[in-house]
Design a protein around this ligand. Structure first.
Ligand code: FES
Length: 171
């Protein structure tokens, strides 16, 4: 992931906006491209995007805050998302959340000191029948209890980062 610095962030975002702003519904593709290019959507990107699309900063903020995938802070090598929606709660996701916090030593929206894992809540991964559901990188795992969670994390740090399309893993 290229390193973003304050001095070049604005120029990079401007280039992305110039490239994509003529697409229909350009805001979402631009936000995805900024996130993919910089690793997150920095605060200073918002006015650049708003200006380029002739919309308000509030509109840009609204879309960023609506979609969980648009992180505004740098994240770890592995994004760990635990489903907090109703079906997974009924299958034990609350206990899994507690375990995850203890195991990683962080709360939601935080990254482990070694930079490996960022813990995030999600609200349904489309895997409701086999909850509790967890997504790590591009893989969704089902029936995840504490022991399984630990094993999945161990696998994540021993296997190279994986850009494969989203799969339901071993749900
Ligand atoms: S409720 Fe958790 S995957 Fe749908």
């Amino acid at each position: 992931m290229p390193q973003a610095t304050p001095s070049n962030t604005r120029a990079r975002v401007q280039a992305i906006v110039a490239d994509l702003k003529h697409m229909p519904g350009a805001l979402l593709p631009i936000l995805h491209q900024v996130r993919d290019s910089l690793g997150h959507i920095p605060t200073e990107a918002v006015p650049v995007i708003a200006e380029g699309l002739q919309i308000t900063r509030a509109e840009v903020h609204g879309v960023i805050s609506f979609y969980h995938d648009f992180n505004t802070q740098p994240i770890g090598n592995h994004r760990v998302q635990i489903c907090r929606a109703e079906a997974c709660q009924a299958r034990g996701s609350r206990a899994l959340e507690e375990h995850a916090r203890k195991r990683l030593g962080i709360d939601y929206h935080q990254t482990t000191p070694d930079g490996e894992f960022t813990l995030e809540p999600v609200y349904c991964l489309g895997n409701c029948a086999t909850g509790p559901s967890v997504r790590i990188g591009n893989h969704i795992h089902g029936r995840v209890g504490a022991t399984r969670f630990d094993a999945i994390l161990d696998d994540a740090i021993t296997v190279p980062l994986d850009p494969e399309p989203l799969t339901e893993g071993d749900a």
